[in-house]
Write a protein that binds this ligand. Structure first.
Ligand SMILES: O=P(O)(O)OC[C@H]1O[C@H](O[C@H]2O[C@H](CO)[C@@H](O)[C@H](O)[C@H]2O)[C@H](O)[C@@H](O)[C@@H]1O
Length: 385
């Protein structure tokens, strides 16, 4: 694949000045919504002028608010009568939300009509999409029934997993050789070689996959590996006194989980990450589901990974291609945006709660994702019969 200028230099050489000129603030202080290019809300932050006292940074820069709203309440909390009433309210607002984001299952006929005579490419997020959200990130296993649904999908359509986890970890969890994998929010892509011709020798490596098949590795944040490693070690050290905090090293990014930390200690987690990040202006913070994610400031994300894979597969700039991206998280919005803005294919948001999205359709949870994948396969078989 020819790497055009947008692909060949994802590293922003002067991230601070770029972000300063865009927003007038330091990139480390950007919450996801503010750093992800979605500035239309008019949100703006100011750098505190006085020397901040302990925990002041994370209160004033919006991290805490973002942490609180980062994931829907767990079902197990909805026990007593009062909260059940609240759950009813949620159902009503979910139904009205679905007018804007219709169920991809209920809209299947419309989707399949549009897919007729087109080549579908399927992109899947992992956590919260193929596996349910659980407390321990190491135990986010994918049910076998989901695995076989994904395997079947890959028999009929080019299929890729695009995850925030490291590529090795997500491959270990999914365990299917017939897919393409992009880890670290798309910063580590193992893709096909066939259509890829590039002179970008810095980011590309020819490699072999688990079966010994020749593949291309595209790693636009390779120079950040030592930095992420150093930050990971600092994070582990500085959070070790916070009960429930978990730190993961994804090679090109790192995660600090606070799902199992008592809420009163969330400001401490945030301040700890903030204190480390302020020494790394080339790293930024984004918010996932009860997780703080530390990433290089480069112009690369899941949306770029989708474009990259489509191009590698020889499927970009074609009217007869219909990409479908299914994901549940804020980082998946970059992919939804790419599909929406390019007027190609469908983003499908997995959510049991109403939330604003660039997706076209919705599915409530991973079990509905499985039904949708099975429906795709059934439809394709019928088409081919
Ligand atoms: O892009 P994804 O594949 O969705 O990965 C995003 C993050 O997923 C994992 O964390 C999330 O799932 C965990 C297991 O269910 C849950 O405990 C956690 O609260 C969620 O944030 C993963 O551990 C992160 O590193 C990924 O960035």
């Amino acid at each position: 694949m020819e790497l055009k200028s947008s692909h060949s230099s994802p590293v922003l050489t002067d991230p601070i000045s770029i972000n300063k000129s865009r927003l007038g603030i330091h990139p480390n202080l950007l919450s996801y919504a503010q750093s992800g290019g979605s500035l239309s809300s008019g949100k703006c932050m100011t750098i505190p002028r006085k020397k901040p006292g302990k925990l002041d940074d994370v209160r004033s820069n919006g991290w805490l608010d973002a942490m609180k709203s980062s994931s829907p309440p767990r079902k197990k909390l909805i026990k007593d009568f009062n909260i059940e009433v609240a759950a009813d309210d949620i159902d009503i607002s979910y139904c009205s939300w679905m007018i804007k984001y219709p169920s991809a299952l209920k809209s299947f006929e419309k989707i399949s009509k549009n897919a007729k005579n087109k080549k579908i490419a399927v992109f899947l997020d992992y956590d919260g999409t193929l596996s349910p959200i659980v407390d321990d990130p190491d135990r986010a296993f994918m049910p076998d029934t989901m695995r076989s649904a994904v395997r079947d999908v890959a028999k009929y359509f080019p299929t890729a997993i695009i995850s925030g986890r490291s590529r090795d970890k997500v491959y270990e969890l999914v365990g299917l050789t017939e897919l393409y994998y992009a880890g670290s929010h798309g910063m580590d892509i193992m893709g096909p070689v066939s259509h890829t011709e590039s002179d970008d020798h810095t980011n590309f490596t020819r490699s072999t996959d688990q079966q010994g098949k020749e593949v291309n590795l595209f790693q636009p944040a390779r120079e950040f590996i030592p930095m992420i490693d150093e930050v990971f070690k600092n994070l582990v050290e500085n959070t070790k006194g916070i009960k429930g905090a978990i730190v993961e090293n994804h090679k090109f990014c790192a995660s600090v989980h606070y799902r199992n930390v008592e809420e009163k200690n969330w400001p401490t987690v945030a301040q700890c990450v903030h204190d480390i990040l302020k020494d790394y202006p080339r790293l930024r913070l984004t918010h996932g589901r009860k997780v703080l994610e530390i990433r290089p400031v480069i112009d690369w994300n899941k949306g770029k990974a989708v474009e990259f894979l489509l191009e590698s597969l020889g499927l970009s700039d074609r009217d007869d291609v219909l990409p479908i991206y299914i994901g549940d998280d804020k980082s998946d919005e970059d992919a939804f945006r790419v599909l929406r803005e390019g007027s190609r294919g469908y983003g499908i948001l997995v959510s049991s709660m109403p939330k604003e999205s660039k997706a076209f359709y919705s599915l409530r949870d991973p079990s509905e994702v499985k039904k949708f994948l099975k429906a795709l396969v059934r439809w394709k078989k019928f088409e081919e019969a």
